[in-house]
Design a protein around this ligand. Structure first.
Ligand SMILES: [Zn+2]
Length: 335
């Protein structure tokens, strides 16, 4: 019988890999147009996107969304050290994103809210929770409809856009016909093969990374300046496709408001201290929630094939988090 903590982590990885990729990607011998895409942030670039106004309301001590509890466990943050905030953007009345911040994160809640507020609402609405935790350098990953930001990612708009792009690829452009995220379709693979170039080395890590990187370029095109001025003709097929796909998602248009949102996550107790101090009356612990979840037969993580897939995703996710540090250091791992 696997331990509860194993089951928890399996569930976390299951939850974060609902949109699991195939672990295949663009051919590694494709040409790379750029070293990385950070230059799109700078010199009047993506970092200057207007920040949507917002209000922040902090939760009281004691309870956290279950996904944040899991993120914290994953990042060695004591859930009692989580600060939870509802962030309500003016262009999405009645709905809040939730920011879960471990108290030693170098990013303030305002830093994260500003990053999120730069994402045009039709794209931002595909993201639910954002976690922020300490780490030696900036990196980020996404899973399901949640984003985790590690380390100091100030002035890295391209990183946030890249992570949100995974949600667009997986949800907004989900192909019911193919039952998969857009980047897994043969249409996308063929477009890349015809171009023979991808954005950068990181774009080759997976099909989903190639799409997310082009989405960053498309966000630049929609909001900052023509991408075609940057000598990107070798990526014409990819850019034409993603610019068209993201016109209604990643383009800032005054007056646009949200037209969808994610359901609330279950709320759980931070842990024994919070319970002993009387903050969790009537609120489950995460372990108890998981036990009843598994007992209900809703957790396929016990199936060996599902478990293998989840472990593989975990491996990739860690790799991803390391390499996504500004999308700069991927080459270091090439060998
Ligand atoms: Zn990515």
């Amino acid at each position: 019988m696997p331990s509860i903590s194993n089951l928890l982590s399996f569930f976390l990885y299951l939850a974060t890999s609902v949109l699991a990729d195939t672990h295949e990607g663009p051919p590694l011998d494709l040409n790379e147009l750029f070293e990385n895409l950070h230059f799109l942030d700078l010199n009047g670039g993506l970092n200057t996107l207007p920040v949507q106004k917002y209000t922040i309301t902090q939760w009281g001590f004691g309870t956290v969304p279950s996904i944040c509890f899991d993120m914290a466990a994953d990042r060695q943050c004591d859930p009692h050290d989580l600060e939870v905030f509802d962030v309500n953007f003016d262009d999405c009345p009645g709905y809040s994103n939730v920011i879960c911040r471990c108290k030693d994160s170098p990013m303030s809640v305002q830093d994260i809210a500003n990053d999120l507020g730069r994402i045009p609402v039709k794209a931002r609405q595909w993201i639910n929770h954002i976690g922020t935790f300490s780490a030696p350098e900036c990196s980020a990953y996404s899973g399901g409809n949640h984003v985790v930001v590690l380390g100091d990612c100030l002035d890295r708009a391209s990183v946030t856009i890249h992570e949100v792009a995974h949600s667009l690829d997986g949800w907004a452009l989900y192909s019911a016909q193919n039952g998969q995220q857009y980047s897994s379709t043969t249409e996308w693979h063929d477009i890349i093969s015809n171009d023979m170039y991808v954005a950068d080395n990181y774009a080759k890590a997976r099909w989903s990374e190639s799409w997310a990187q082009v989405a960053v370029m498309a966000a630049y095109h929609h909001n900052i300046g023509s991408i075609w001025d940057l000598e990107v003709d070798y990526m014409t097929g990819q850019l034409n496709k993603v610019i068209e796909q993201t016109e209604g998602l990643l383009k800032f248009v005054e007056g646009r408001i949200c037209d969808r949102h994610w359901p609330q996550e279950p709320v759980v107790c931070m842990g024994d201290r919070a319970r002993n101090e009387g903050y969790c009356d009537g609120i489950e612990d995460e372990n108890a929630r998981m036990v009843s979840f598994i007992a209900d037969g809703e957790c396929p993580a016990l199936d060996p094939e599902a478990r293998r897939q989840i472990e593989e995703d975990e491996k990739f996710r860690k790799h991803h988090a390391e390499e996504e540090a500004g999308l700069i250091i991927a080459k270091r791992f090439e060998a």
